[in-house]
Design a protein around this ligand. Structure first.
Ligand code: GDP
Length: 580
């Protein structure tokens, strides 16, 4: 049996559902009561040895059940962080915990997390957190979930089951079959739910055991300890006074040594550099950073490099050994954005490659098209580019986790472009959807206003106020809609004046609809010469409008009027309205 490394675990879930608290609880003192040791705070991650888990279980599990040396929890929770930590095979995390507040159930970021976990094919367990908030809760002596349950009243147990069933139902609607971990027989078909309280550390043991079991069962090939080529995922780049460039990373394959030549991904492509120094933390009691000459996978590690390079977070650091060309190729491939672009759509900017893809993925599920994507802050150049796009529906810039440059901020008012920005994917998408909807309505209204609508009206002989320059008369709109600016024709196709203004009592209007009686000023003709009260007149339309109108749903009477107008036009030209 080949050796395995620690599986890397990431915690995901909706905001405030308890991701940070679960991580704290896992690292927490309650687990360390008996003795310290077995839990090691690394840079960017926390390591828990399998011995430690066995110890906390109080004899429930034995070392024979596990081949993994322990678990490595990534300290940064959230699905965006998860999407940002990549390896060639997909996500850096081998396994995930999806935290759901037992009262809130599935929320937008829970769905986003499920989508991302599916996309990366990452196995996960669900933690139903905050079970201490349910009615009839009795604060326990023992914090393992099964022991805790024994101390609770039947009312509490029923309440817990009701809440769990509600969540199981919601998950089912997202095509996930899940059940309480201790009721599952087939782990290949069901997702385990571990009820927990991060506040009282209830269920933490079961979380650790379920993850270890899942890792043991499903991950063996992917977590085999491969020692030939060191690979680490760079989480964060720091510039330290004394050390220069340091990369907080998670080493997931092989071993790193000081002096080793490595390749990193920079904004200018893959670059070679040397490891100057390596650091890890020792214990959770000490925040002291310890220098090491060798670090084994999997581990959190701070890597000081000898060159000042603009390393991209979320990318891989690879030991420079063997086939250098293929290392360079691997790094080049990982920095390419894999997003389907359309000719039309929004312009998207984000802070990292991973978040760009995560947002693009969510936009895709909502049917929102993307025209262009870029990493980095929103610049004045972006404002210029997007505001000059010919299609008004494309004039929107969406920023995820990015700011506007000062130049862009100062010039925002000068450009016809909508800028929406957020640090939360679903809020960003809501804002984009709102803007697209409003813009569409606005444009529909504009095109309605601009386009003549077939309409027929008659002059009411009892309301003639002026006969010329302009004619002012009361009219009844028989069908469709007239508007200021419409040219009118008679039933023989001759010009019948232009509508200069419309009034309904005191109120000046831009439109009048079928059924309304309004006063209008008609210019360009004289009453009882070109037009008269005994002849209906029509709104003149052009041939290109006919085609557009036929695509729209007009009411029956307006359609009839359109047919009448077409007939009038065809007296002059038998092909009128057939060519466009
Ligand atoms: P995150 O945004 O998912 O990381 O959530 P946090 O861990 O920051 O928790 C959000 C809030 O819920 C905080 O006020 C926590 O104290 C509270 N909280 C987290 N876990 C529990 C729990 O098990 N029980 C109770 N009662 N409150 C909790």
């Amino acid at each position: 049996m080949e050796a395995l490394r620690q599986p890397i675990v990431c915690v995901l879930g909706h905001v405030d559902h308890g991701k940070t608290s679960i991580l704290d609880s896992i690292r927490g003192t309650s687990l360390m009561k008996k003795e310290s040791g077995g839990i090691t705070q690394r840079i960017g991650a926390t390591e828990i040895s399998i011995q430690r888990i066995i110890e906390i279980s109080g004899g429930k599990i034995s070392s024979k059940m596990f081949k993994i040396p322990g678990l490595l929890f990534v300290d940064t929770p959230g699905h965006v962080a998860f999407a940002n930590m990549r390896t060639r095979g997909g996500a850096l995390a081998d396994i995930a915990i999806l935290v759901i507040d037992i009262n809130d159930g599935i929320m937008p970021q829970t769905v986003e997390s499920i989508n991302i976990l599916r996309k990366f094919k990452t196995p996960f367990i669900i933690v139903a957190n905050k079970i201490d908030t349910l009615a009839y809760f009795i604060k326990p002596e023992n914090t393992s979930f099964s022991e805790f349950l024994k101390e609770q009243r039947q009312e509490y147990i029923d309440e817990l089951d009701n809440k769990l069933y509600a969540i199981i139902n919601q998950l089912y609607q997202h095509n996930l079959t899940a059940d309480r971990f201790d009721r599952i027989t087939d782990f290949t078909k069901n997702v385990s739910i571990v009820p927990s309280s991060a506040k009282y550390s209830i269920g933490i043991l079961e979380i650790l055991m379920t993850i270890s079991g899942l890792a043991q069962r499903f991950l063996t090939p992917s977590i085999a300890l491969i020692n030939n080529l060191a690979k680490a995922n760079v989480l964060e780049i720091r510039r330290e006074e004394s050390l220069g460039m340091t990369l907080d990373s998670i080493l997931y394959q092989g071993k790193l040594k000081t002096g080793m030549a490595v390749y990193v991904n920079t904004s200018e492509g893959p670059k070679e550099t040397k490891i100057k120094a390596l650091f890890t933390n020792v214990s959770s009691k000490s925040t002291k950073v310890t220098e090491r000459s060798v670090v084994n996978s999997a581990s959190g590690v701070r890597i000081a490099i000898s060159d000042k390079l603009d390393v991209i977070p979320g990318t891989t650091l690879i030991e420079a050994k063997g086939d250098i060309d293929s290392i360079i190729k691997e790094l080049q491939e990982e920095s390419q954005v894999k997003i389907d672009l359309d000719e039309h759509g929004i312009t998207l900017k984000a802070d990292t490659l991973g978040s760009l893809e995560a947002v693009a993925f969510e936009l895709g599920t909502r049917g929102i098209k993307i025209r262009s994507t870029q990493i980095g802050e929103i610049s004045k150049r972006d404002l210029i580019d997007v505001s000059t796009l010919p299609d008004q529906m494309d004039r929107i810039l969406a920023g995820f986790n990015v700011d506007l440059s000062t130049d862009a901020k100062n010039n925002l008012m000068n450009y016809d472009v909508a800028v929406v920005a957020s640090k939360v994917i679903y809020s960003l998408i809501e804002e984009i959807e709102k803007w697209l909807k409003n813009k569409k309505e606005e444009m529909d209204e504009e095109s309605k206003q601009g386009m003549p609508i077939p309409s027929k009206l008659v002059i009411m002989p009892e309301y003639i106020f002026r006969a010329a320059k302009p004619i002012i008369v009361g009219v009844k709109i028989l069908s469709g809609r007239i508007k200021v600016g419409d040219n009118m024709i008679r039933d023989d196709g001759k010009y019948a004046g232009t509508i200069k203004s419309i009034r309904d009592g005191e109120v000046s209007k831009r439109f009048a609809e079928a059924g309304q009686e309004v006063a209008v000023a008609i210019d360009g003709v004289t009453l009882n010469r070109q037009i008269s009260a005994d002849q209906p007149i029509y709104v003149d339309i052009t041939e290109d409008v006919v085609k557009k109108l036929k695509e729209r749903s007009l009411d029956e009477k307006t359609m009839e009027t359109l047919e009448e107008i077409i007939k009038i036009k065809r007296k002059e030209n038998i092909f009128w309205g057939t060519r466009v």
